[in-house]
Design a binder for this molecule. Structure first.
Ligand code: SF4
Length: 323
C-alpha cells in the first residue's frame, strides 16, 4: 500500500437489524448481526477488495461506506472527519456507488444523457448545458458511442449498461466508488472488459475503489489490498501480493484453495466443509470455529483480535493460531 492519506476509515463498525419477535407473545427477539466490530481504511487512490461469501456482510458494509446504511455502532470517517448528517451532505458527492444489477439500477424512462447527469442535477451542480457536456465527455470515457446519449437503457447490453452506471458514478468527480459485485450479473467475456475499464479510470482519475466481490480471483487483477469477511467479521486484511502468496487465516487459505490458478488443478470439492452459520445466531468465540480444521478449545470461547501475522506487520489476521 502506498503512503497516501486516509480517505475513508471504518472504526469498529457494527450493523444489526432487529427482526422483531419477543414481546407479550414470548420468545426471543431476533437480531441479525450483519457486521460486527469491523475496522479498516481506504487511502486516497487505493483499491480495496472486500471479499466474502453471500451473507458475510460485505454489501452491508459497502452501504455503510456509501452512506446508505447507518451503522448501529462505530464511527465512519471521511478525510479525517466523523460522518454525521451535516458532514454527509458535504461528502455525498465524493462517494458514489455502482450496483451489481445494471438492469435494475437505471431508470428505463430516462435517456442515457439524463441518467449520467442525474447526480449533478440532484445536487444543482452546473447548468443544463454544462451537465449535458459532462455526460457527453463521460460516455466516451467509458467506451460508449456518442449516440448512446439519446438512447434508453433497454437498447443496451448488460456490459454497456454497467458502463452507463459507471459513467453516472463518475459524473460528480468522486474520490471513491463503491462497486458492489459489479461483474456478477455479466457474461464472463464481458467481465474482463469492465475490469479493465475500471482499472483505466482509476489510473486516469486517481480514484479510490471499494470493490466488493465473492470472487477472490477477480480481486487479484485489480486491488492493492484485500479485506476478507466471514459472518460479519473481518478475518484478514493484507496487501494483495502477501495475501495471495501466503494467506494467514484458515478461512482465507480455504478460499484461495478453491481459486483456479494457471498450472494448478482446481480442487474438486469445496475447500471448506459445512455451511456458514446464520447471522441470526453467530457462534461464540471465533465465528469460523465450527468449520475450521485448526480449531482448538480457545477458539470456542475467545474472539480472536485482528493482529499481524508472524513476521508480516502489514498482514493482519483474526486467528488465535494464524500462520
Ligand atoms: Fe480457526 Fe481458531 Fe483461528 Fe478461528 S481462531 S480461525 S477457529 S484456528
Amino acid at each position: 500500500m502506498s503512503a497516501a492519506a486516509e480517505l475513508v476509515a471504518l472504526d469498529r463498525i457494527s450493523v444489526q437489524f432487529d427482526l422483531g419477535g419477543g414481546g407479550f407473545l414470548g420468545g426471543r427477539r431476533r437480531v441479525l448481526r450483519a457486521a460486527q466490530d469491523v475496522s479498516f481504511s481506504i487511502a486516497e487512490g487505493e483499491t480495496l477488495g472486500l471479499v466474502g461469501e453471500s451473507g458475510s456482510g460485505k454489501s452491508t458494509l459497502g452501504n455503510v461506506v456509501a452512506g446508505l446504511q447507518p451503522p448501529s455502532a462505530g464511527t465512519l470517517r471521511f478525510r479525517g472527519r466523523a460522518m454525521d448528517a451535516a458532514t454527509w451532505r458535504e461528502a455525498r458527492r465524493s462517494i458514489q456507488i455502482v450496483f451489481q444489477d445494471p438492469f435494475g439500477a437505471l431508470d428505463p424512462r430516462m435517456p442515457v444523457s439524463d441518467i449520467i447527469a442525474e447526480p449533478l442535477r440532484i445536487r444543482c451542480i452546473g447548468s443544463t448545458a454544462g451537465r449535458r457536456a459532462r455526460a457527453a465527455e463521460l460516455v466516451e470515457q467509458v467506451g460508449l458511442p456518442r449516440d448512446a446519449l439519446n438512447r434508453y437503457p433497454h437498447e443496451f447490453s448488460g456490459g454497456q449498461r454497467q458502463r452507463i452506471a459507471i459513467a453516472r458514478a463518475l459524473a460528480p468527480a468522486p474520490a471513491l466508488i463503491v462497486a458492489d459485485e459489479p461483474l456478477s450479473a455479466l457474461d464472463v467475456s464481458i467481465q474482463s472488459q469492465i475490469l479493465n475499464l475500471m482499472k483505466d479510470l482509476q489510473e486516469a482519475h486517481g480514484l479510490a475503489f471499494l470493490f466488493i466481490t465473492h470472487d477472490l480471483a477477480v480481486v487479484n487483477h485489480l486491488v492493492d489490498r484485500v479485506a476478507v469477511l466471514y459472518l460479519g467479521r473481518l478475518v484478514e486484511l493484507a496487501p494483495r501480493a502477501e495475501l495471495f502468496a501466503r494467506p494467514s487465516h484458515p478461512y482465507t487459505q480455504a478460499l484461495l484453495a478453491s481459486v483456479p490458478r494457471i498450472g494448478v488443478r482446481r480442487h474438486r470439492r469445496p475447500a471448506i466443509s459445512g455451511e456458514m452459520p446464520s447471522p441470526l445466531a453467530p457462534p461464540p468465540g471465533c465465528v469460523f470455529h465450527p468449520r475450521c480444521p485448526k480449531a482448538q478449545d480457545a477458539c470456542r470461547h475467545d474472539v480472536p483480535a485482528l493482529a499481524p501475522a508472524p513476521g508480516r506487520p502489514a498482514q493482519l489476521a483474526a486467528c488465535h493460531f494464524k500462520d
